[in-house]
Design a protein around this ligand. Structure first.
Ligand SMILES: [Zn+2]
Ligand SMILES: [Zn+2]
Length: 188
């Protein structure tokens, strides 16, 4: 089991073409691939009246409640919602860096989403922020070069950014096997 995964999308990210209908909160909760699990659907898909149902469902499943915010334009509104943490797209522009102060002022954890994929300048990120190492994007970049200079400056969070059950790792197969009462045969 993984230690923690706070970056997970579900069918509430309804405009995200990578999400499949099977990726429900109930399934993520049932698979329980990590000790600490949080759901972080796109805030722009929740702000139009979907948030309450989302919040109820995540809480009922016993998971942490997050949202993924797409830049500064959504920050004022997002801070008014009762979530446990924020995941934030910080593109390399002044307004995105400035808006971080408002998120930090809520005293809730702020995770900088896949900075290597958004060209975020980590020199401009306050050290109170948590930096994500994102399973979906990390391997597509020169992560060694991008992250190493900041290794001792920040605290890091690992996230799957799962949009489909299999992105949660082999734990889905493990879950199905355990539901079936199948014990895995070890070949070697
Ligand atoms: Zn993202
Ligand atoms: Zn995401």
């Amino acid at each position: 089991m993984l230690k923690q995964d706070l970056h997970i999308h579900t069918t509430y990210s309804m405009n995200d073409g990578a999400v499949v209908p099977e990726q429900t909160i109930a399934l993520v909760a049932a698979v329980k691939h990590a000790r600490i699990v949080g759901i972080s659907d796109h805030f722009e898909n929740l702000a139009n009246g979907q948030f309450q149902g989302y919040s109820n469902e995540v809480r009922k499943a016993g998971l942490k409640l997050g949202v993924e915010i797409d830049g500064h334009a959504w920050v004022n509104e997002a801070t008014r919602y009762d979530v446990d943490y924020f995941i934030y797209h910080c593109r390399n522009q002044d307004d995105d860096y400035f808006a971080l102060e408002k998120l930090l002022a809520t005293n809730r954890p702020v995770i900088i989403a896949h900075p290597n994929a958004l060209d975020t300048d980590l020199n401009r990120i306050p050290t109170e922020c948590l930096i994500e190492i994102n399973n979906r994007y990390i391997w597509r970049s020169d992560w060694e070069k991008f992250y190493r200079p900041f290794k001792d400056k920040f605290r890091f969070v690992l996230g799957s950014d799962a949009h489909q059950p299999n992105w949660l790792g082999q734990t889905v197969a493990l879950y199905a096997a355990s539901q079936l009462g199948v014990e895995e045969y070890l070949v070697f």
